[in-house]
Ligand binder design. Structure first.
Ligand code: 2P0
Length: 324
């Protein structure tokens, strides 16, 4: 039996990945840039075992259904190919979140699985090789291999598409991100389906793509000069632009719910009254509020007037993967 265990933290993109140019290899249409966070992580154990007839996937103590297990199996096939083995595996994952928020993260999940597989099969992959591999499981997972600010270079093929950490200057430690968890009854459009539909049909998609090189250059400059105002403005504008593309898709869709709009409005009110903060959103109704660490208590206090405290989770910059 070959066993490995690893932990990976989730990441939130400040410049969003939205759309693929290669669905099989998961090559994105654009570079993206994220911050790895300390509040949510996944720990995964993989055991390749001659006694197993099929792969199994246990998540938070629950045996997963055929569809969820098939996604994991496809990723295990990549590991098996690299190791030259046909052994089936038992995958056991736990998502660590401060409350029972139902926050599933494919970024931390697939990054942890890639690293655990690397250890189990003694593949000896370094972090760059691991980033390429994690990308094949879920695009955003390639960024969760590393801590702090991370850029995913879109590349042109399997070798050139991978993430790398930005040169650390300590700026990430001055930041905080408040997760505002929003209950929503709407049926989700998965990020995979949502980005596919947007690329194929949205009249706004070319405009989104054309605007990215400028956003990326500007945010890297903001990080290098530790300019929080620029960082926040670019993050908020880039997220809004991504979400605008979904409104022009055919058929149109949105991840926003009324509570998301309320949270956005609170951010604007806080800014107007002198507490500088900015929001971003991903493929769901939750709102993430970026602020300076020194203002985190004021931001959390302001949100606690409109959202119950178990829906508010404060995060800071987090590390890359670790082997357990
Ligand atoms: C991001 N998102 O950059 C963007 C912003 C959602 C909105 O990466 O199809 O789970 O597995 O590559 O990585 C979520 O998409 O998608 C995502 P796949 P993934 O964080």
């Amino acid at each position: 039996m070959h066993t490995g265990k690893a932990r990976a933290y989730t990441n939130i993109a400040l410049i969003k990945y939205w759309g693929k140019k290669d669905e099989e290899l998961i090559l994105p249409m654009n570079n993206s840039l994220s911050l790895t966070l300390d509040a949510f992580y996944t720990e995964t154990t993989v055991s390749f075992d001659p006694a197993l007839q099929a792969d199994t996937f246990l998540l938070d103590g629950q045996l997963q259904n055929t569809a969820a297990t098939a996604k994991i199996s496809r990723f295990l096939d990549l590991l098996r190919e690299l190791a030259g083995t046909k052994l089936r595996a038992a995958v056991t994952s736990e998502n660590f979140v401060p409350t029972a928020a139902g926050l599933a993260s494919s970024a931390s999940g697939l990054a942890a699985l890639a690293a655990a597989g690397n250890a189990a099969l003694q593949l000896g992959l370094d972090d760059s090789q691991l980033s390429r591999l994690a990308r094949r499981g879920s695009g955003s997972a390639c960024r969760s291999i590393f801590g702090g600010f991370v850029e995913w270079e879109q590349g042109t093929d399997d070798i050139t598409s991978l993430a790398h950490p930005l040169a650390a200057n300590g700026f990430e430690n001055d930041l905080a991100m408040l997760f505002v968890l929003i209950n929503d009854k709407q049926k989700d459009v998965s990020s995979r389906d949502g980005m596919r539909r947007t690329v194929a049909t949205s009249a706004f998609y070319p405009g989104w793509l054309a605007s990215l090189p400028e956003d990326l250059a500007a945010i890297k400059q903001a990080i290098a000069t530790q300019d929080f105002t620029a960082l926040g403005r670019i993050t908020e504008a880039n997220g809004l632009k991504m979400h605008a593309t979904t409104l022009a898709a055919v058929p149109p869709f949105t991840y926003w719910s009324p509570q998301s709009l309320l949270a956005m409005d609170l951010v604007r009110q806080l800014r107007a009254t002198g507490t500088e903060c900015y929001f971003t959103m991903d493929a769901g109704p939750n709102v993430k509020v970026l602020c300076r660490r020194q203002d985190e208590a004021a931001v959390q206090q302001a949100f606690s007037n409109s959202f119950s405290s178990d829906r508010l989770i404060l995060a800071h910059a987090g590390p890359g993967i670790s082997y357990l």
